[in-house]
Ligand binder design. Structure first.
Ligand SMILES: [Mn+2]
Length: 287
């Protein structure tokens, strides 16, 4: 069966403002596998929602979005990265905003490499993903922030909602000067202040956002590769999208693992992608 296109993504690439594609790749997964099936599950879940968005008072179908399908199922992570960077480069060169559906988090730096170096990378993630290499793979999902930092500079990367990292990552972040916003700070101060702090820290107008869905609490998003308690609520991520929308030059949503899901993680992922499309469209007056 061919996966359906993402709901309301009816435009051709040349007419689109936003171009979406999937990366069905999970070969560096270290715990609960299966995120390769996520692009299809998220597209299917996207049909649950009305085109008209009550909270925005606007119709999502009024924003021209192209669904370019999936990248091929590559072998080694280096091949996946090259393929994703090429696809994202085509989208960026055509002047469209890329939104990418994972797959595992290793796709994020592959998209970021297609962007100019003067962007910031903000992440939502339970994990810091700041290992230089994991299980002998520099492009592992566990290295996503580190590889993004290679492209834009470590001072322009901030992951939010963090509640887990290794001792080695703790030493590296102190040595190399990586900032992050812990989930506990967000629960104390609220998502608005946390987002303002993150934006001030990265100090750049253009922002790429990478959402690892495990940043959300496993009560809401159980279908993930590495679940961590004490996470964000879905509404906090919705609010974050609204705050960041005027800055967004691209986004991905990764690490949904349908085999561990009862459908709610894919539904949340689809809803957050729809929220991002609408928020970006509103911020740029496309709708
Ligand atoms: Mn994670």
């Amino acid at each position: 069966m061919v996966a359906p296109r993402f709901a309301d993504a009816h435009a051709k690439l040349e007419d689109a403002r936003i171009a979406l594609f999937g990366v069905p790749y999970d070969r560096t997964c270290s715990f609960r596998g299966g995120s390769r099936y996520a692009p299809r599950a998220i597209r299917q879940a996207s049909y649950n929602f009305e085109s008209y968005m009550m909270d925005h008072g606007r119709n999502l179908a009024d924003i021209p979005v192209a669904d370019l399908g999936d990248t091929p199922s590559f072998g080694a992570s280096t091949e996946m990265v090259e393929g994703v960077t090429k696809m994202a480069s085509d989208v960026v060169r055509a002047g469209k905003v890329p939104i990418v559906l994972g797959g595992e988090h290793s796709l994020a730096p592959a998209v970021v490499r297609a962007l100019p170096k003067d962007v910031a990378v903000l992440g939502v993630d339970a994990h810091l993903d700041f290992r230089d290499s994991y299980l002998d793979d520099k492009w592992s999902h566990a290295c996503s922030a580190r590889r993004c930092a290679d492209h834009v500079g470590v001072e322009h990367v901030v992951y939010m909602g963090v509640r887990s990292f290794s001792e080695e990552e703790r030493e590296d972040l102190a040595r190399l000067g990586l900032s992050f916003v812990s989930v506990y700070d967000i629960h104390e101060d609220g998502i608005v202040r946390a987002a303002e702090r993150a934006l001030k820290t990265v100090d750049r107008d253009k922002v790429y956002l990478t959402i690892d869905i495990d940043g959300v609490d496993p009560a809401y998003a159980p279908g993930v590769g590495n679940p961590e308690p004490f996470g964000l609520a879905p509404l906090q991520v919705k609010r974050l999208l609204g705050i960041l929308a005027p800055h967004l030059v691209g986004m991905d949503l990764n690490e949904v693992s349908p085999a561990w899901d009862h459908g709610q993680t894919s539904l949340l992922a689809a809803r957050l992608v729809r929220e991002a499309i609408m928020a970006i469209g509103e911020a740029r007056s496309w709708v």
